[in-house]
Design a protein. Sequence first.
Lengths: 328, 365
Amino acid sequence: MNESQFNQQWDDDKPSYKAWGNYIVDSITTKIKEKGIDLDSFLKIPAKCRLKNDDKLIDKAFYRAGKNYSDPYTDIEDKVGARFVVLLISDIQLICDIIQENDAWIYDPCKHFEEDKDKDPLLFTYQSVHYILRPKTEINVGGVIIPQSTPCEIQIRTLLQHAHAELTHDAIYKSKTTVKPNVHRTVAKSMALIETTDGFFTDVTRLLNYGPLEEYGVQQQLDALYLTFTGLQSCKQKSSIIIWDEFEKFIDEKLYEQIQTLVLDPEYGYLADKIKEQYSSNVLYRQSIVLFIYWLLKHKRRRLISDWPLDIGILELLANDVGVSTTI
Amino acid sequence: MQLLNLSIDRIIIHQIYRLDEDGNKVLPTRSTEYINFDTDALSNFKTRITEALGSGSKAVQMEIIEQDTNDTSTLVNKIIDQDDESFAISSYDLAKKLADAQTTRSIPGGIVVIFSGKQGHPQKKFLGLIKAEVHSAYEKKTDEKTKEISLEFIEEVLLTPASKLYKTAGFFEKAIPSASSENLNDKWTVMVSDNQISQSEGKAASHYFYSSFLGFGYPETSARTTKQFYEATSSFIGTLPIAEEKKSDLYNALSTYLKVSASPIISSSGFAELYFNDIDTSDAFNSFMEEQGIPDTAFTKDIEHIKSKLKHRKVNFGTNIKITAPSEIFQKLISIETIDGEPDESGNMEKWTKIIVKHGITQQE
């Protein structure tokens, strides 16, 4: 295929490449949203697909040093691509899982920084995850036929990896002139620093989001208990986080069982009605944490009152429900 | 008394007065309309009742002694089932009974609040009476234009959180009332909350309310309950993860609380407040005592069954070593402290005890 044939073919194929790219971005973002994740805050840069610039494509196919394609049109797989930029390494995995679980395409995991690290443990260089996706069978998207052979490159990386790539990709890896060793060295040093920082980010997030509440699965158990007890769905609000935080020391492997014993005691059966009565007017009653507060009122009254992080008036209502006084 | 699932259907008030200057009774002022609290006010009222009679309160369970035709308990037993119209009228009789009981000028006037409702699950009837002394206070005012704040003097307020300004009594229908029994004690659990009761000379000051007016007396089970309280508290102290010398202090405190303290009533929460300065220990103690079946309110102290135990403090060591001393002497003249001993055969550090007796030896055998 010569340059003009290549151009001709590319012009003809553009609509289907574009449609394929859009289809992939839509599928992935829809799946992210289905997981209850806020897309706008999860993706640090809005995901959209982009066709490769004509000149750059020709340049890559015919003139780039070191690229001797036998069939450049087929061999160049990033004619259309999309990029997902997230905050944490663990977020990358989430998108990888979405990609690998989708039956609409065949995926080729062509680059993963974790594998690169295993291969070249001493090298600190461009990090990203790349997949090439092709339709499993020819598909029709909005009237455009996408042949089975159409590739699309998906890049997934953290914000820091992205920053590194932005600085260096064109300047270094695609550079036609020789780059001085000290520049390479500096870039490698910054990659090492980025990898370290990404690790710290992961640690911090784990520490922030993982405590006794998660360890003992109290939240999920209480949500289920709340549902069977009241027939209503528990909501999660900021207020509950503040309360869990304040009384974290009472969360242990026995807590759920103790709350359950209290709630399922026939003597306290009326609490279900109390919760239903207040469900629409009081946000605390809409959350399964209300059961934990009842337990605190019965068993840790003085500590609860002394450390209660919200308005005491809110607690009075709950205290009345279980016949406990809020003055120490 | 656990006041679970508390609901209040009717609240009515009447006003009573101090005897006039010549010592003559002044007839109470009757009201005929029920009080209609909004949600917040009602919720607050429930809080006051819970504080006065509920779990952790200083209320004392009593026994109905006077139960003839015109006695208060008989009256309550009758009017609680009356319709709203009759109840409003009959409730005034209770105000008159209280006025009759106030036979000296030292007893202030006030408002009698009579309310009825239900509690428990399944719900049971109850009737409550509050004698609230009227006092003065200030109300915060904000000028709408200038946002300046000022205080306005209010001569008559009542039912403020300061519980010493009111006395409360509750008649709670028992879960399984005995249908055949004529004795009202088989039908009603009665509780009285009166700040004056717990003071050393309080019995006299509060006598007119619990005895003359209500016709109640202290239950005869106090000695047994006091013994249970003593045993449960001892065993709780024994399980605490604290140094032996601290435990010794707490055993001394228990002995003081039961033997020396002038208050005629005791309670788990009262002991916790005085001697556990750590909130979590105090919560754990209250839970433990409740599990042990100790009343969650106050009760009268009667040390009849534990007299001999309270007389002496004993500490046992291994291998038949004991120290014994009269409680007061122990507290004053003996101090014990756990110290590190020497390693035993398997290398574990033994715990030894250092005892100081602030006295010389008078005799040895």
